[in-house]
Ligand binder design. Structure first.
Ligand SMILES: [Zn+2]
Length: 527
């Protein structure tokens, strides 16, 4: 087995997993197939690009009682990689499942699975801490027993992490599983959290597990299959998902979109261009819901999941996963909350985000302030190149990048760029204070941001600019004020600096050559 990572952004990554039956790209969702009821053929999977599926080894075993185990690829009519679940979810639903951990490992080996799961004990959503502790300990005991009886090393075995909503237990479970060499690790029990939209807890659980697990191994989140969550889950480092939601939802006439679920009965026309939707209407599908319409809905739901995974991967390649999170966070208030919870872990995300990206970044206002590039900027700024104890010329950094090439103020920047007693700093809406020495570096010169922005953000930026300038112990500050932002910077500076240290020129009223002359006089005066 190998897991190769090709690209990263935030904690998300694009990788390839190789099994004995082939390779597939991550992030990936295993569609969970009912072994006794085949709806989709392998041509459909090929067409969508689904190179790995999942089925339940426990249900398969139970459904074929008295029969010899046969190759699961034949049972499913699918020759790509097959993952099998062990029945742990059935424990959660019905209690005891009547199969031992050893039996289910042996069974998965006999049916020639490619990715197998040991029989863990799911913690569930409602367990108290002592029950959670027991499920963690019992899962570790079962992992050890499974590792003793495993004979096939060509199967990728999954080590499940439990602990439920008890984060210290999740972390302990992950630490224990990390000591055991599993090719893939997984986090259990998130389904109810997703159904009740407790995304905040889900985010905390994923971070707690990821922290303690080896970084180079794939990470699977059990039971996640709604496309609205994919960008967020991938951004937190989930590589694999599995779900039957695409089929269960279809049965109830529920239509998946990357922004949420819709009811077929509430829709008039399809916006989706997938092959299942393109030449039909919701009404038509409703009328044939029991036959072709039902299958089409299943197909559409899968197209949507895999199209969103492609979108996520493209965003990672372009270094724009954060932008995708911002976009998707507006699809539902619960997703907005999910996104704010993720920003709590901005430092973790920062550590894994590339320092230089193939494309510039977009700045949308305060929601972009937690992105890794911004954190990095804020932390490096105090120790930046700008010299202390000089006269600081403060110019607007707005319309053209790099800022010193903006035609409106270019001649002023040029006149003092090499002046031994003057240093230049721009005030930027996206980045706050930007010393001229850094205005050509990534991502400052590659940022697209709006020119109009909330008053609150302008005020916050103005404070940052004046605090930064104060830290330079300037001999004096000469501000060229322009627009509302310029006025806010002026107000903040006048609060912070002695009156004689601050000189302000109105950039909108005065011509640049007149400003240059006045600045020269000011420098002479201060000499
Ligand atoms: Zn569609």
């Amino acid at each position: 087995m190998s897991f190769q990572v090709h690209a990263k952004d935030l904690l998300g990554r694009i990788g390839t997993i190789k099994t004995k039956s082939g390779a597939f790209t991550t992030p990936h969702m295993f569609p969970v197939l009912d072994p006794h009821h085949r709806v989709l053929g392998s041509e459909f999977f090929d067409r969508v690009g689904i190179n790995a599926v999942m089925t339940n080894a426990y249900l398969l075993k139970r459904g074929r009682q008295g029969m010899d185990p046969v190759d699961v690829h034949g049972t499913l009519g699918y020759q790509g990689s097959v993952a099998t679940d062990s029945g742990a979810y059935q424990i959660l639903e019905y209690g005891h499942v009547g199969v031992t951990p050893e039996e289910i490992v042996a069974y998965q080996e006999k049916i020639n699975t490619d990715i197998g799961v040991i029989l863990d004990v799911p913690t569930g959503f409602r367990s108290d801490v002592s029950r959670a502790r027991w499920t963690v300990d019992e899962t570790v005991r079962r992992a050890d027993r499974a590792l003793e009886v495993i004979t096939r090393k060509d199967i990728l075995w999954v080590g499940p992490v439990q602990g439920g909503v008890h984060l210290e237990e999740v972390e302990r479970s992950a630490r224990e599983m990390a000591k055991r060499d599993f090719p893939i690790y997984a986090l259990g029990s998130p389904t109810e959290l997703m159904e009740t939209q407790r995304y905040d807890v889900l985010v905390d659980m994923i971070v707690a597990a990821k922290k303690a697990l080896p970084k180079g191994k794939p990470f699977h989140l059990f039971g996640a299959g709604h496309p609205v969550l994919f960008p967020f889950l991938v951004a937190l480092g989930c590589d694999l998902f599995d779900s039957a939601a695409y089929a269960l939802y279809a049965r109830a006439g529920r239509y998946l979109t990357p922004e949420g679920t819709m009811l077929l009965g509430d829709m008039v026309e399809f916006a989706c261009p997938c092959p299942a939707c393109v030449d039909t209407s919701p009404g038509e599908l409703m009328r044939s819901q029991d036959a072709e319409g039902g299958v089409r809905l299943v197909e559409h739901n899968l197209w949507t999941c895999f199209s969103e995974l492609r979108r996520v991967r493209e965003a990672i390649r372009k270094g724009r996963l954060w932008e995708l999170l911002e976009l998707r966070s507006h699809a539902h208030p619960a997703l907005k909350e999910c996104f704010s919870r993720i920003t709590k872990y901005a430092e973790e995300l920062e550590r894994f985000t590339p320092a230089v990206k193939p494309h510039g970044i977009f700045y949308f206002g305060s929601s972009s302030d937690h992105r890794p590039e911004k954190l990095r900027w804020v932390s490096k700024l105090p120790g930046s190149l700008q010299e202390r104890g000089k006269l600081v010329l403060v110019l607007p950094g707005r319309w053209r990048r790099p800022y010193h090439e903006d035609p409106r103020y270019e001649s002023i920047a040029k006149a003092f760029d090499d002046h031994p007693r003057v240093s230049i700093c721009f005030y930027s809406l996206s980045w706050g204070p930007v010393p001229i020495e850094l205005d050509e570096t990534f991502p400052i010169a590659q940022t697209e941001g709006p020119d109009e922005i909330d008053v609150d953000v302008i005020q916050e930026r103005a404070t940052q600019v004046s605090e930064y300038l104060d830290g330079l112990y300037p001999k004096g500050v000469i501000l060229v004020s322009d627009g509302e932002y310029g006025r806010a910077v002026r107000k903040e500076l006048s609060k912070m600096l002695a009156k004689r240290l601050l000189t302000v020129f109105d950039g909108q009223k005065l011509r640049p050559d007149a400003i240059v002359k006045s600045i020269e006089r000011k420098i002479a005066l201060l000499a």
